[in-house]
Write a protein that binds this ligand. Structure first.
Ligand code: HEM
Length: 60
């Protein structure tokens, strides 16, 4: 486990895939019990949105 659980992320961004895609391009520090997330800005905007939509759709 590196970041927050997928269930937590889905609850935060369920109706907001673009918000998730924007966060991963330029993460802000939120949780005192986690390290900083590194920016995923090596992915282009379309790919970031596709990853976001996947994360919000995936079931475990
Ligand atoms: C495309 C890949 C990734 C996606 C889609 C992703 C997604 C996310 C999301 C949605 C959050 C929570 C945002 C929020 O609370 O508003 C998060 C937090 C976090 N992620 Fe990622 N992440 C990715 C890659 C990584 C990588 C490579 C690392 C570390 C090696 C990482 C470590 C973290 C950590 C530590 C947090 C908590 C940051 C904080 O709360 O301050 N993530 N990630």
């Amino acid at each position: 486990m590196i970041g927050p659980p997928v269930q937590v992320i889905q609850a935060l961004y369920l109706d907001n895939p673009q918000g998730l895609a924007d966060y991963i391009a330029q993460p802000v520090k939120k949780r005192p019990d986690y390290p900083e997330m590194p920016p995923q800005d090596y992915l282009d905007p379309e790919t970031r949105l596709a990853v976001a939509e996947y994360m919000l759709a995936v079931k475990n």
